[in-house]
Design a protein around this ligand. Sequence first.
Ligand code: ZN
Length: 247
Amino acid sequence: MSIKDSFNEVFGDKSRVLIVTAHPDDNEIICGGIVARLIAEGKQVRLIVTTNGGKGFQDRDDIVEAEFAKLRVKEQILAGLALGIPESENFNLGIPDGEVENTMPNIEKIVFHIRQFRPDIIITHNPFDPINTFNEETRWVNHRDHRNTASIVLDATYPYSRDRGFFPEHFSKIGLKPHIVRELLFSDSYSYPDVKYFEITKYMDIKEKALLVHENALSPEDIKEEFLEETNLEPGRNFERLKHVKI
Ligand SMILES: [Zn+2]
């Protein structure tokens, strides 16, 4: 059976899409093709990355966290440009890698962006599962930064962005207004029955180019064998998968 492309069903009536991820390369891995397609169709996209990715240097001993973080954040901006996200819509909150906590100050930072950008839908990580299930054989730990980022986004969405009682300085000092988000998309939800498929066949070269920008985080082999290969769900057709929730 041919896979149904849900792009128009989900994004057809949307103008502004907010993406909130934990690390500088997550956006390109999770939804780089979707972002390229959204931008090609004239949608506005804002990316917020919560951490600076400074601890991802694995066994390299030629670099320290502060220097590595600078490289990662620079790659975030350049990869965003490769997808078509302008630098003015690409933000890094600068939280140290591995240290994302669901706190009021962090919720406030996301609420600020929700009230300012006024998204119609938000893409983020999977807040449900400590273990991600790709299929019967393949599972991995849902990174703590991913779980915590996703739970911050959920809380920021409801009720903190909606209610005037939360962070009233947004209204008095900056002139923002409350905002209600009614739809969310979650990554790493492969095994869920309500996962939706978004066709990105025409945007694979842009996704690849943006992934290759992350030369301090991803090897060309991993990009090809893992992140590009996993989108090839039918001969000659590529998809990214996200769980769609209306609230
Ligand atoms: Zn990540």
